[in-house]
Design a protein around this ligand. Structure first.
Ligand code: ZN
Length: 343
């Protein structure tokens, strides 16, 4: 890799499903983006590769371990048991480790490592990775949390759909289960891991906060004010995250920014992002607003606001955000949040 100093201020993207895209979708994310696009023939237009993130000046991404659960209609290939979920997440973690061994990314697991990484990033532009588990089924029992923390996981979102732990965004929107309460207790006692509230159902969100008062984020969640769905945050949920010092990452998927948007519809402009960010900022302040693009979360460039086409385009937000809010929203708010709690 050539050494080109990255553009500043740093970009931090709090939600990318990198390993899932490699291992489950078969994309080679080590390629330049144009090359990956040449190889994609299914009509999707991928937006993220490691070189594209480097070009964008991505100092840090929260990269997921994401195993999706079996569902007879929606996901027949999903995992059926906690052991299967565990095995899939282990493979994804191995991929991040391999990339780190190959010098393609740097894994960040503590505060000193974060500072060392940021210094190095300023010279070599290598992307930092913080590992985020999206959906906690790979934690087979709550006492396995320590294993995953030892392995480098720093953020855990208990749900995706409803699962053994908690009600989620899609099917299964109930509250915390007994196992979920035990997971909250384990998280409370594990200073290396923060709770990601994204995908928790509204009920499980409030129940989680009754059992947990450690560091909190919503890596990729928008305001329910604009898209009325369990997947998104009510004003009260946004305020609660703010009160606990959390940061909320805006998802850049059009259907999550604009009610009723469907694939093939005209793309909204960057103002759709600004509208969501401003709404959150009006409730809890610009210091609590970030990006959790989900750029590779099952959609491509056609599903992003115009003119976003790749991570580097996120710097165009400078044209539409308040000047003093831009560096924070682009990445510095996430860095401050990490510095506030990471051991
Ligand atoms: Zn997600």
């Amino acid at each position: 890799m050539e050494n080109v100093k990255p553009p500043k201020p740093p970009l931090v993207d709090a939600h990318l499903d990198l390993a899932h895209n490699v291992l489950d979708t078969g994309l080679d994310l080590t390629l330049p983006l144009e090359e990956l696009r040449r190889r994609c023939t299914n009509g999707d237009l991928p937006t993220v590769t490691l070189p594209a993130l480097e070009e964008a000046g991505a100092a840090l991404v929260f990269a997921t371990l994401f195993a999706s659960p079996y569902h007879p209609e929606h996901n027949p290939e999903g995992y059926r048991t906690p052991d299967e979920a565990h095995a899939r997440a282990r493979r994804q973690l191995e991929l991040y480790r391999r990339w780190a061994d190959e010098g393609r990314v740097r894994l960040v697991t503590d505060r000193a490592g974060l500072e060392a990484h940021l210094r190095a990033w300023g010279e070599d532009g290598v992307v930092g990775v913080i590992v985020l588990m999206e959906g906690a089924d790979p934690i087979r029992t709550p006492d396995e949390l320590a294993f995953w923390a030892d392995a480098g996981v720093r953020l855990v979102g208990p749900a995706w759909t409803g699962n053994r732990y908690a009600g989620g965004s899609w099917y299964g929107t109930g509250g915390l289960t007994e196992l979920g309460r035990a997971l909250m207790a384990a998280l409370q006692d594990e200073p290396r891991v923060a709770l990601d509230a994204s995908h928790l159902s509204e009920r499980s969100f409030w129940e989680a906060l009754e059992h947990y008062d450690g560091p909190l984020l919503a890596s990729h969640s928008n305001a329910r004010r604009f898209v009325d769905h369990e997947r998104h945050l009510t004003d009260a949920m946004i305020r609660a995250i703010g009160e606990r010092g959390g940061v909320i990452g805006t998802v850049l998927y059009n259907a999550f920014l604009q009610e009723g948007w469907r694939r093939g519809d005209a793309r909204p402009g960057l103002e759709a992002i600004v509208r969501n960010m401003t709404y959150v900022a009006d409730l809890i302040g610009w210091k609590r607003v970030g990006i959790g693009s989900d750029f590779d979360g099952g959609f491509g460039a056609h599903e992003l606001p115009e003119p976003l086409d790749r991570p580097a385009d996120l710097r165009r937000l400078v044209e539409v955000l308040p000047a003093d809010a831009f560096p924070g929203a682009l990445g510095e708010n996430w860095l401050r949040w990490l510095r506030n709690w990471m051991p």
